[in-house]
Design a protein around this ligand. Structure first.
Ligand code: ADP
Length: 341
């Protein structure tokens, strides 16, 4: 379950991107997030992925409290998620097969599992015959299906998609959402940001509308129809307080009421390498989310696959090790302070 309690996000520029947002998304739900440009939709997704830190409140993702999540634990959170981007973010030099296999290598899957699972997933998204193609040989809709396959291949609990149909034609948009609906039927939670009201109307799922950083409608909590949401979206003015969703009235609750939940100890214990993005951008700038999950025992695969300079990889890894040791030292000081108080 994903739960936002009184969550606000202010960027250092001073923009209040989200303002006291509270909501719950249950396991297995299918949710559309709508709202005009600048409303706060991407920020909402970035907070769930812990790509941005929240400013106030608490977000709970399956028992992980994101306000307390340390940087090096973020890959454990991300393993629950498959992420689909509007611009696909495929690696042009790799075949369709390798683009999907790469996501499995990043989490340490062995070759046998990769060989079985990648063709299976590619068939599932209707690309069984395109396994050897390069992304540039595919249509926009097909590229988005590769990116969907990459998001699905590690069997995530949640799929997060930011405008997944933004770069594909209307017919293919429909197919992509259809595919996500099928995946949702298997129990995966789906959260999609979209501008496409026709799709939202047609699929009749839960719709949450964000306007100027606040939730102004949530079809799960009220008798709002999707048509009403379309109307409100076209407003270009402030929403009066009495138009706000009943959910916002819960916002009076104190953040202290947030249930105490700690990071799941059962999470896998492997070492995770998180290369600083600026240093690997020559090869991985288009897959930054995946690369954060590269594991140390996969470095040979990585060198082989993305043709990074081995010396550079070793340098990145040494720096990451150093940073980890510094983090651990800080953690132990904090722990000892906590014990002494
Ligand atoms: P949406 O996805 O609905 O278009 P965003 O979540 O991207 O909206 O943005 C919400 C607000 O936060 C906007 O005013 C945007 O300009 C601002 N914003 C988004 N990202 C940043 C950032 N990294 N730094 C400063 N302001 C940002």
């Amino acid at each position: 379950m994903i739960e936002f309690r009184n969550v606000s996000k202010d960027y250092p520029s001073g923009t209040h991107a989200l303002n006291n947002v509270s909501l719950k998304i249950n396991d297995g739900e299918f949710v559309f997030i709508v709202g005009s440009s600048g409303a706060g939709k991407s920020t909402f997704l970035k907070l769930i992925m812990s790509e941005e830190k929240l400013t106030k409140g608490e977000i709970n993702v399956d028992g992980i409290r994101l306000s307390k999540l340390r940087r090096r634990k973020v890959p454990y959170l991300r393993r629950k998620m498959g992420i689909v981007f509007q611009d696909f973010r495929l690696i042009e030099k790799m075949s369709v097969y390798d683009n999907v296999a790469f996501a499995m290598r990043c989490v340490g899957a062995n070759n046998k599992t990769i060989k079985e699972r990648v063709p299976y997933i590619l068939k599932l998204v209707g690309l069984g015959s395109k396994i050897k193609s390069k992304p540039s040989q595919l249509s926009g809709g097909e590229q988005q299906r590769v990116s969907l396959a990459r998001a699905l291949v590690n069997n995530p609990e949640i799929i997060i998609a930011d405008e997944p149909t933004g770069n594909v034609d209307p017919e293919m948009s429909h197919e992509i959402i259809d595919l996500l609906s099928e995946i949702n039927k298997q129990g995966t939670t789906i959260i999609i940001v979209t501008h496409e009201h026709d799709l939202v109307k047609e699929f009749g799922k839960r719709v949450i509308e964000i306007h100027k950083g606040k939730i102004v409608h949530d079809t799960m909590l009220e008798e709002t129809s999707v048509e009403d949401i379309e109307l409100i979206s076209s407003y270009d003015q402030d929403i009066a307080d009495d138009e706000l969703s009943p959910l916002l009235k819960l916002d009076e609750e104190s953040p202290d009421d947030v249930e105490e939940l700690s990071f799941e100890e059962s999470a896998p214990k492997e070492e995770v390498i998180e290369p600083p993005k600026s240093k690997v951008d020559q090869a991985v700038e288009n897959i930054d989310k995946i690369v954060e999950e590269i594991e140390s025992d996969n470095k040979e695969d990585l060198i082989h696959t993305v043709k990074l300079d081995p010396a550079k990889i070793r340098r990145i890894m040494a720096e990451e090790e150093k940073k980890k040791k510094q983090d651990a030292a800080v953690d132990s000081v904090i722990d000892s302070l906590n014990t002494n108080t």
